[in-house]
Each structure stands twice: as C-alpha cells, then as structure tokens.
Design a protein around this ligand. Structure first.
Ligand code: FMN
Length: 196
C-alpha cells in the first residue's frame, strides 16, 4: 500500500517537475504519445503547384452538413496551397503504406514534389488523391481559424469513397502499426456531395 502511494506520488512529482523544466508544450507532447490515431495524406494544389503532407489531426465533425476538421502547421506548402485554392484532398492510409506516411512527412522534401512518380486521381475539386489508399475525401474549405502554430480547417465533403477491405495505418508513440477489427469487411462506399 505504502509502495503504491509512493509510486503515485513519484509519478505526479515527475510530471510537475517535467512541466517546470520543459514547459506545458513538452508535457502535452509527452501525454499525446499515449494517443493513437489514423494516418492520412492531405493534399492541395493551386496554379500548377501541388503538395501533400502526412496528417493525423483529422476527424469528422458533422454529418449534416458533412464536415471534417484538420489542423495544418501554418506556412507549410500544403497549408498555403489549401488556403489559396480553397480545397483539399485527404487520402487515408492503409497498414502497408507506412512508406507513404514517411515520404509525406519528410522535412527534406518540403520544397520538392512529394507526388512525383505516384499514381493519383481527382474527384470533384481537382485535389490530388492517392490511388490504392484505404479511403478518400475530396473537400472544399468552409472555415479556418488560426490556433497557435497551426491553422484549424473545417472542410465540407464534396466527394469521396472507400475500399472494401484492409486495415488502417495507426500512429502511436512515434511508431506505426495497424489495427484489425473483427467481423466482416465493410462494403466499398461512394459519396457524392450535393454540389455534384
Ligand atoms: C504520423 C504523423 C502525423 C502528422 N500529423 C500532422 C498534422 O496533423 N498536422 C501538421 O501540421 N503536421 C503533421 N505532421 C507533420 C507533417 O507531416 C510535416 O511537418 C510535413 O510533412 C512537413 O515536414 P516539415 O515539418 O519538416 O517541413 C505529422 C507527421 C507525422 C509523421
């Protein structure tokens, strides 16, 4: 009992000290290592320029209207092109697409064309989507908010679809993995927004 109390006290003390030493940003980073997420590639293109980046801050926000939310670091090429074009594409990665996640998160390729040599397609808005992914969302940006170092983007689904089977790529504690659900694989879906 005394040992358990000591462990709890020392854990709390650790976090307080860490907070004091490194600031709450580092504490948030530490805590978020306990959060798992899916992995996507967000793309944007404008006037002949195109770029994409690996994004895990993606979630659905509303079904009616169909809205999604993502947060992009301000000043990244993808964020700039998305703001200029008013559109973006989201390709949700499959378990075996870890190399794509690494490619689109590589700091060395920020100014280069990360889509070079990859098979892509477009749906309603012209945003690039990666062939062979788990699911796709083609969106028009509705609202944006500046939030710290990032820009929160609310976007409306214009078109999209999903594959029938497969496993999603998962990011957890700075590593990639996958998740298998029981039961039957879902059937392929196709969504077309009201503006098509
Ligand atoms: C798994 C994973 C998820 C990421 N999620 C985001 C995100 O949601 N928003 C963001 O702005 N950057 C995110 N990043 C970082 C960008 O992918 C990365 O900053 C970008 O590709 C450009 O590289 P640079 O920051 O070195 O210029 C993520 C990176 C990884 C590996």
């Amino acid at each position: 009992m005394i040992g358990l109390r000591f462990r709890h006290a020392s854990t709390i003390l650790y976090f307080i000290l860490r907070w004091q030493v490194t600031g709450t940003g580092e504490l948030l980073r530490d805590i978020m290592r306990h959060w798992s997420s899916g992995v996507s590639v967000v793309s944007a293109s404008h006037q002949g320029q195109r770029q994409g980046m690996t994004v895990s801050s993606f979630t659905s926000l509303s079904l009616s209207p169909p809205l999604i939310l993502i947060a992009l670091a301000r000043g990244k090429q993808t964020e700039v092109l998305a703001m200029q074009s008013g559109c973006l594409g989201v390709s949700i990665l499959e378990a075996d697409q870890q190399s794509l996640a690494a490619r689109f998160a590589d700091p060395a390729s920020e100014g280069l064309d990360r889509f070079a040599g990859l098979e892509t397609f477009t749906l309603a808005t012209g945003s690039l989507l990666l062939t062979g992914c788990f699911a796709w969302l083609d969106c028009r940006i509705e609202e944006t908010y500046q939030a710290g170092t990032h820009r929160l983007i609310l976007a409306r689904l214009a078109d999209g679809g999903s594959q029938s089977a497969g496993r999603p790529l998962i990011y957890f504690d700075q590593s990639y993995g996958s998740f298998s659900a029981g039961g039957e694989p879902t059937s392929p879906k196709r969504y077309k927004g009201p503006d098509r």
